[in-house]
Design a protein around this ligand. Structure first.
Ligand SMILES: Nc1ncnc2c1ncn2[C@@H]1O[C@H](COP(=O)(O)OP(=O)(O)O)[C@@H](O)[C@H]1O
Ligand SMILES: [Mg+2]
Length: 310
């Protein structure tokens, strides 16, 4: 176990920021921490990194109790903060050298790591340019790079894609997957559902300091047992086919309106193999389907939309 947070309570004056929060990260997994602004994601992370003392409960990292003083733990973590912590007036290389120096990297080893990190983050052509000439996406990538120089075993990224272009965003998401393939454990926080769906092998959903659900994406979706809806437009529909579709055990309901079949199936079940042969003779014009997703999970568990939950 890389990280174990057990029943942690953290108050800021009379505000309960973490309310009996538990979570665990196993070696080599990407854990997604999803929740609206104010849910307690950054507070949890600061407790894991050792920058914040909790009021109750325990935080262990690499099997040792996190008390904020253990240098050995600190060395094995790369923390990418939500706010950019890079120096705008300096070049990217100077930034990387500075942050590498904080982890006691020097000389050839430091130069080597700076080049390697810049290359994986696609900054190698612009390494000697000042950061204030960089785009938002490049700054974000540099901000990530500054936390990777010491080759941490656990990388924690706090909303690393806020305010960047879609290309840099997909670059970062792809990069997170590569980190995990290389054996690095990752905690990735976001209030964007699509990002967490894309990178995380396991997801924790937070709201108001609580952990409201956790599991893999299919497990979370199975929990809400939402229905999937398949809409099939055909050239000329037939009532016979509607009845044949209705006879498929996995199908809950079939409604025929004009030339459109509206087929309802329980979430997570695929019926395409069974329905296509029945529908093909009618000439399929269009098929649309909506599977329940994380948005539906959040909505079901909290009664509110993630994006307006703030
Ligand atoms: N240093 C602090 N002092 C007082 N309140 C804080 C502090 N840090 C966070 N909070 C409060 O704790 C709650 C959780 O915040 P945070 O962990 O930053 O959420 P998130 O990262 O999910 O947006 C919020 O209500 C926030 O206002
Ligand atoms: Mg935050």
């Amino acid at each position: 176990m890389i990280v174990e947070v057990e029943e942690v309570i953290k108050r800021f004056k009379d505000r309960l920021a973490l309310d009996c929060l538990s979570l665990a990260v196993e070696s080599g997994e990407v854990v997604g921490l999803l929740g609206p602004n104010g849910a307690g994601k950054t507070t949890s992370i600061r407790a894991i990194v050792g920058l914040l003392a909790v009021d109750e409960g325990t935080v262990s990292v690499f099997g040792k109790r996190q008390d904020g003083r253990n240098k050995e733990i600190k060395r094995r973590i790369g923390y990418v903060t939500q706010e950019l912590t890079i120096y705008e007036e300096m070049s990217a290389r100077a930034n990387l050298e500075f942050f590498g120096g904080l982890y006691d990297l020097t000389g050839d080893r430091l130069r080597e790591r700076v080049e390697a990190v810049a290359a994986v983050l696609g900054l190698d052509g612009r390494l000697d340019d000042r950061v204030n000439t960089y785009s938002g996406g490049m700054k974000r990538r540099l901000n990530i790079g500054c936390s990777l120089l010491h080759e941490p075993e656990l990388v924690i990224m706090d909303e690393p894609t806020v305010g960047i272009d879609p290309q840099s965003r997909s670059f970062i998401l792809e990069f997170v997957k590569q980190l995990a393939e290389g054996g690095t454990s990752v905690i990735y926080t976001s209030h964007y559902i699509e990002e967490v769906e894309a990178v995380a092998s396991r997801i924790y959903i937070m709201d108001q300091g609580h952990m409201i659900a956790s599991g893999t994406l299919p497990e979370l979706i199975a929990r809400i047992q939402g229905d999937s809806h398949i809409l099939v437009d055909v050239r000329i529909a037939s009532e016979d086919v509607r009845q044949q579709l209705r006879g498929i055990p996995d199908i809950t309901d079939v409604v025929l309106e004009e030339n459109q079949y509206h087929i309802v199936v329980p979430g997570g079940i695929s019926v395409f193999d069974q329905i296509i042969p029945l529908l093909a003779p009618l000439t399929i014009v269009n098929i649309n389907s909506k599977q329940p997703d994380l948005e539906d999970v959040f909505l079901t568990l909290t009664g509110k939309q993630l994006r307006d939950a703030v």
